[in-house]
Every structure is written in C-alpha cells, then in structure tokens.
Design a binder for this molecule. Structure first.
Ligand SMILES: [Zn+2]
Length: 113
C-alpha cells in the first residue's frame, strides 16, 4: 500500500511494536538508537497514536514511557469486527459512518491497515 498519512515506515514499525497495556521505555520497542526512537515516539504521541507518561526515579528528573493509545487500540478492535462481520449498517458494503467504518478510515488515514 502507498504511504498514507504522514507516518514513515519507521513510525509504523515502532507503533506496531508498542504495547497497549503498559508503558515502556523507547529502548524497549526495538531501539538500539534510543534517541531516534524517542523522537519517533514523541511524534506518535503528538498525533494521538501513542500516550506518554513521565516515569520518575529518585530526584534526578525522569524519562518518558509510552504505550499505544486507546484510540488506536479501539480502532484496531473495531476493524477486526469489520473484517469478521462486515459494516454494522451495510454488511459487505461499507457505510462509512458506523463505528467500525470510522475506525477503518482512521487507520487508513495513518496507513495502519
Ligand atoms: Zn459502516
């Protein structure tokens, strides 16, 4: 598929390896080069595709941890329904307005499907 949205292949690869149920460090999602992973994760967070949380240790500041955002996770769940059962309103033909159809459009916009 052509590159939809503004995500690079690297952005998508990082997003795909990001868990949805726990916050992880940039180095946990495949980064030997943790600086570019941090930048990628911050981009994903800015787009609402990842959520970030400051993790503190001691008194020396802290660092960011990331997880896949609920929005992405819900969209992926909806699209699984779409694949299994079809669109909620139209069945095989997509109506473009029900939850699963909107989820599919959202993922398509970012090239995540
Ligand atoms: Zn629909």
């Amino acid at each position: 598929m052509a590159t939809a949205g503004v995500l690079t292949d690297r952005d998508r690869a990082v997003l795909e390896s990001l868990p949805s149920d726990e916050y992880v460090r940039p180095m946990d999602v495949g980064g030997t080069d943790s600086s570019h992973h941090s930048a990628t994760l911050q981009r994903l967070a800015r787009f609402g595709l990842a959520e970030q949380k400051r993790h503190y240790r001691g008194v020396t500041g802290g660092h960011w941890r990331y997880r896949r955002s609920d929005m992405v996770q819900q969209a992926l769940g909806f699209v699984r329904l779409l694949v299994s059962y079809g669109c909620a309103a139209e069945g095989e033909k997509m109506c473009g307005e029900c939850g699963p159809c909107e989820a599919a459009a959202f993922l398509d916009k970012w090239g995540l499907r």
